[in-house]
Ligand binder design. Structure first.
Ligand code: NAD
Length: 327
């Protein structure tokens, strides 16, 4: 191992849903990890199994604090920047908070990475940047007008990262995640994502709430695929990948009603009463995209990304976790 290879990878938002899986994967590959998080939207229990390891360090800090970012960056080899306030509805209700964390906080981490001279800066963008674009499947160059402050912050992340590549030669790679799901995704609170919220409702024998007719479709992406993309982006030796953004998804789409059927069937195997729970339709939500499906050929070609888990395989892993922790 070269000297630099032994330096830690800084994972911001490392106690979050995707972040905690990224920390696990990096450690499994023998890399040292420094996790920076302020637990704004995650539980410390997500990383409890890592605390105390000599190759894992936790920095409790806020990315809105530029000095905290510079301190957390000292000696880091690379960055996986995942810290953000997720959720489109949250950003519509409280745009200032989303802006402060997702855009100002992003710039704090990006600039600290530049000052430290890290080898690579991998960051989470989002499928929300496709906004009102009707194109299916979504291809990277063809973004639309943003439909929410959240989407604006993610589009801004991409502009800043690409600018830092051009101005400072920082090796940035952006990953546009599409509806990631899996173990540890929080099912609680007003801004929970669809899959954990639906599972939680079924486990309580309550009808899951669907906004609109339920025919809207998504490219649901198991977290194992998202982690693989992060690792590929960190390690990719292809110079053409630098300064680029990539769709990260499975490459298939499922309607919400189809998803709900799959969840009901999976959960009814252990609790037959769930098989009789229906669906509650409520008003459509502002800022929501109707259909979402990714073209993942760019990530396949330049990052060697090859998703291993389709929706069924992902649910086979995720559902038992929810039954165990939330049933
Ligand atoms: N989950 C998805 O479907 C999805 C889709 C597209 C993009 N993303 C992006 O991926 C990243 C990770 O998302 P996630 O689903 O794991 O969400 P998450 O909420 O579980 O993780 C985000 C983490 O960032 C931390 N954080 C928030 N504000 C912070 C601050 N000011 N300082 C330090 N830490 C802070 C939170 O405590 C949390 O641990 C985010 O950037 C999100 O926007 C996620």
């Amino acid at each position: 191992m070269s000297d630099r290879a032994s330096l830690p990878v800084l994972v911001t938002g490392g106690s979050g849903f995707i972040g905690s899986h990224v920390c696990d994967a990096l450690l499994q590959l023998g890399m040292a990890v420094r996790c920076m998080d302020n637990f704004a939207t995650s539980k410390r229990s997500n990383i409890a199994h890592l605390e105390g390891r000599p190759d894992f360090a936790l920095v409790e800090g806020d990315i809105r604090d530029a000095e905290a970012c510079r301190n957390a960056m000292v000696g880091a080899r690379a960055v996986v920047h995942l810290a953000a306030l997720g959720s489109v509805p949250r950003s519509i209700a409280d745009p200032l908070s989303s802006h402060a964390t997702n855009l100002t906080g992003f710039l704090n981490v990006l600039d600290a990475a530049r000052l430290e001279g890290v080898d690579r800066f991998v960051y989470a963008s989002s499928s929300s940047v496709y906004g009102n674009s009707k194109e299916l499947p979504k291809r990277e160059p063809n973004t639309g007008d943003p439909l929410s402050p959240y989407a604006v912050t993610k589009a801004g992340n991409e502009l800043y990262a690409q600018l830092y590549t051009r101005l400072h030669g920082l090796n940035t790679i952006g990953l546009r995640f599409f509806n990631v799901f899996g173990e540890r995704q929080d099912p609680e609170g007003p801004y929970a994502a669809a899959i954990p919220k639906f599972i939680r409702a079924f486990l309580k024998h309550e009808a899951p709430q669907v906004h609109g007719d339920g025919q809207q479709s998504r490219d649901f992406t198991y977290v194992g695929n998202a982690v693989m993309a992060v690792l590929a982006a960190l390690e990719s030796a292809d110079a053409r990948a630098v300064g680029q953004v990539f769709n990260v998804a499975y490459g298939d789409r499922t309607t919400l009603l189809e998803l709900i059927d799959a969840l009901r069937n999976a959960l009814a195997k252990t609790d037959p009463a769930i098989g009789r729970v229906g669906v509650q339709h409520v008003a459509e939500r502002a800022g929501d995209i109707r259909d979402s499906l990714a073209d993942i050929s760019k990530a396949r070609e330049l990052l060697g990304y090859a998703p291993q888990f389709d929706l069924k395989a992902g649910l086979e892993r995720a559902v038992p976790w929810y039954v165990q922790h939330w049933g």
